[in-house]
Design a protein around this ligand. Structure first.
Ligand code: SAM
Length: 272
């Protein structure tokens, strides 16, 4: 901890030093404002002995994590060039920084290091929600997740019933975690500047799910209900004989999916 990283090159210098060409397909928008990366880490209050960072890229967030925490940091990036860009940090922090070059979409990150584990990440926009759904399936393995998403996606994840953003993502997330929005990050804080706005959210896993139901059933049901969002439940759930289930549960089949609570969705999913 402290200021021992003061002599490290800044992110622009790191990119230049390694003659780095941005790979847009990997959602590479690098944060260069270290005040923002420090702020993200300050909000990641967890006593985790392992921090997992997805997509360290040039290492700005990695640097703040290593400076402000004592945990072992596992940084996993799909781009092999990230290893070179993290080499100064690796020299400085040695065994506290483990660099993994792999696809975090298929890598079982919940097995990395020792529990308790927390995830801190500025996620690649194009695959962020897919990653989140994977991790929700193993939510018990995490103590806290602090994640940056495109603002609209962050709104969908943290949405409450009845709101226009409420849907599959909010139901699965709020069934298993307490979700909250922390703050927005201006696009000027990135190189290159993204077209979309970004928001940091935090997910604190609940000690047990709001309701006991298999993940796959709830995932299937929410997919079915929200793929025809404007329709009443009696039509969108026709395939699964929804009207009968809703009647048994005393839920009106004239409602639209956004009107149902997370627990009501769980109760319906239990029939699948
Ligand atoms: N953490 C850095 C920061 O905040 O400046 C970079 C964040 S950038 C938005 C996303 C990073 O995720 C890039 O470094 C990219 O190479 C990496 N990435 C993209 N797809 C990935 C995947 N499937 N698995 C692991 N890393 C991935």
């Amino acid at each position: 901890m402290g200021d021992k990283d003061k002599h490290l090159p800044d992110i622009q210098q790191t990119l230049k030093k390694h003659n780095f060409k941005i790979n847009r397909a990997l959602g590479q928008n690098f944060l260069f404002d270290l005040n923002i990366t420090d702020k993200i880490v300050r909000h990641s209050k967890s006593i985790a002995s392992t921090v997992i960072e997805i997509g360290p890229g040039a290492g700005s967030l990695t640097r703040s994590i290593l400076k402000n925490k004592t945990a072992v940091v596992y940084a996993i990036d799909k781009d092999i060039r990230s290893k070179e860009m993290l080499s100064d940090l690796k020299l400085m922090y040695q065994d506290r920084l483990k660099i993994i070059i792999d696809d975090a979409l298929s890598f079982p990150i919940w097995e990395l290091g020792e529990a308790p584990r927390q995830v801190i990440a500025n996620l690649p926009y194009n695959v962020g929600t897919k990653m989140l759904i994977n991790w929700l399936k193993h939510i018990k393995k995490f103590d806290l997740l602090t994640l940056m998403f495109q603002k609209e996606v962050a709104d969908r994840i943290t949405a409450k019933p009845g709101s226009k953003n409420y849907g599959r993502l909010s139901i699965l997330t709020n069934w298993l975690t307490h979700s909250s929005k922390l703050f927005d990050v201006p696009s000027e804080a990135f190189i290159p500047k993204p077209k979309v706005r970004s928001t940091i959210i935090q997910l604190k896993p609940l000690s047990k799910p709001l309701y006991d139901v298999p993940f796959n059933s709830l995932e299937k049901l929410t997919h079915l209900a929200f793929s025809q969002k404007r329709k009443m439940l009696k039509s969108s759930l026709k395939k699964i004989n929804g009207e009968k289930i809703l009647k048994e549960l005393n839920i009106s089949s004239n409602l639209r999916p956004e009107n149902l609570s997370v627990i009501e969705f769980c109760k319906i999913a239990k029939f699948l």
